[in-house]
Design a protein around this ligand. Structure first.
Ligand code: FAD
Length: 478
């Protein structure tokens, strides 16, 4: 090990791209000075590490990291970028910087936890202090269990067990530090994995074209469309936090109205990338006076749905491709590339589904009600495996989340822990009449003029019946 500066800490940023309410950063600054790193991680030979980012998330991460770089720089903290296997990079950097300690915010997907614990052991063996902190959840999965079991499978009892818990105060942004010798940072350039933000290649290969959309509008790049709808980074996130009341006001009655831009908070990418912590949001919601207690309670409950998704993800490795209800391993899904292509490109002939898929393509986000309808249509009316849809969402959502995405897909498909009953097949036409009665949402997003609407690719009644028969076949097989 090189010369060690006892008061210097390496803070490894991952899904926590912020400087306030950041326990690892605060603790590191209490000890002394900080150098930060963010790694574009490649999974190792054993498959350990986070799921590789999808296209829309890569764009978001790139932009958000640019802001974090500036925010940290304002505090005198250099942010290094590296690409490759974290198990090799983190110890090498700790050594070459001569830090006394390494800190990070904990993550909860089993493949990432296993990697983190390996890295922790290696660092400790080499004489570094290592500390991990809570940062992206209100309730860590191992701190809650039902009597006689090791985890909750149903949301309501989970929610009852955790909703009143004290979560502590929001931590302020640390004070700026005295400058770090630039030659120390320069010395890390010898480490092959270290690069600059552009060198991470997050924006490479994100251009794509999808069937109908590409045919109608020509190929384009994620960043050309999504960028018109979002401003990633902590500064825009802070503005959204200040305006939280807008997203909560009326929530209990309007949260299912997809045409209303303010019917939900649209904070999901902020949470996904940790530009805001759930604790900041909980505190802000609790102290927002201008909303009713019903609206506040309904919104906070959704924050805990996110916690529940992580609770399940922690307990079910491979949740992105293994059904929680094991009988669903035998579900007779069909393998129809053409149907999948129609769905992805918003050419099913059902306006609410097609409008939703267009909103996703254009903005990297889709309203929750429409996510449920499009997911039900794919898995039940088209009988395609939920993981085909999960993967498409993974690639196209700016809030694509290792927990919420697979858990929600499994919920809609019926294979999840607290899943919708299988016979609940959303009828996209009835959903449209109910939640978009004046057609504002569909008119705003439909990717074709109504007169040129494609013929519906399936009959709703027949395909519903086929789905229920497939479910019966699965039950008989199990
Ligand atoms: P708000 O309604 O303002 O809620 C505030 C926060 O609570 C959200 O940002 C989110 O973190 C959490 N939340 C709200 N609804 C849910 C829910 N049903 N389940 C879990 N957490 C919730 N959410 C993701 O964050 N990432 C995903 O990849 C994702 N994939 C989904 C896939 C499908 C098929 C479905 C049906 C839902 C998915 N969701 C996902 C959940 C939900 O649709 C989004 O969290 C929500 O639409 C985000 O919008 P918002 O921030 O305006 O939410």
């Amino acid at each position: 090990m090189g010369t060690t500066e006892e008061d210097l800490t390496l803070v490894w940023f991952r899904d926590d791209l912020r400087v306030s309410d950041h326990a690892a950063l605060t603790a590191a600054r209490a000890d002394g000075r900080v150098i930060a790193v963010w790694i574009r991680e490649t999974r190792d030979g054993q498959g350990l590490g986070p799921r590789p980012l999808g296209g829309a998330s890569r764009w978001w991460a790139h932009e958000s990291l640019a802001v974090l770089h500036q925010e940290l720089s304002d505090l005198g903290i250099p942010l290094l970028f590296a690409a490759g296997e974290a198990a090799a990079i983190v110890p090498r950097l700790a050594n070459s910087l001569g830090v006394g300690a390494v800190r990070w915010s904990r993550r909860y997907a089993p493949a990432s936890r296993a990697l983190d614990s390996q890295i922790k052991s290696v660092l400790r063996e080499r004489g570094f202090a290592v500390h991990s902190h809570i940062g992206s959840l209100l309730v860590e999965p191992w701190t809650v269990a039902p009597q006689g079991g090791d985890h909750y499978k149903v949301f309501t009892p989970f929610w009852k067990a955790v909703s009143g818990r004290e979560v502590g105060d929001v931590l302020p942004t640390p004070e700026p530090q005295s400058p770090i010798d630039p030659s120390l940072v320069e010395s890390t350039r010898d480490c092959a994995a270290v690069t600059d933000l552009d060198g991470l290649g997050l924006l490479d290969g994100t251009g794509t074209g999808s069937g109908h959309f590409a045919a109608v509008r020509g190929p384009r790049w994620w960043q050309d469309t999504i960028a018109c709808h979002w401003l990633p980074g902590t500064r825009a996130a802070a503005d959204q936090l200040d305006d939280l009341a807008v997203g909560i006001d009326g929530y209990s009655s309007t949260r299912d109205v997809p045409s209303d831009a303010n019917s939900t908070s649209r904070l999901s990418p902020r949470l996904r990338f940790g530009e805001l912590s759930p604790r900041q949001l909980l505190h802000a919601a609790q102290t927002t006076r201008s909303v009713t207690s019903d609206d506040r309670a309904a919104w906070v409950r959704q924050l805990y749905w996110r916690e529940f998704s992580w609770h399940l993800t922690y307990h079910y490795p491979d949740i992105d491709y293994t059904p929680i209800r094991s009988e669903f391993r035998n579900f007779p899904y069909e393998d129809d590339d053409e149907a999948l292509a129609h769905w992805r490109s918003g050419a099913t002939g059902y306006p609410l589904v097609d409008a939703g898929m267009a909103q996703l393509w254009e903005t990297g986000w889709m309203h929750n009600r429409v996510r449920m309808v499009t997911a039900s249509f794919l898995t039940k009316n088209l009988l395609q495996h939920w993981w085909c849809g999960e993967q498409w969402f993974w690639d196209t959502l700016v809030d694509a989340d290792e927990a919420n995405n697979p858990v929600s897909w499994q919920w809609v498909a019926g294979s999840g822990a607290d899943a919708a009953p299988y016979f609940r097949v959303f009828n996209p036409e009835r959903q449209r009449e109910r939640f978009d009665p004046d057609g504002t949402y569909v008119d705003g997003w439909l990717p074709y003029p109504p007169a040129a609407a494609p013929a519906p690719i399936v009959d709703l009644a027949d395909s519903r019946q086929a789905a229920l028969s497939a479910y019966d076949r699965m039950k008989n097989f199990s």
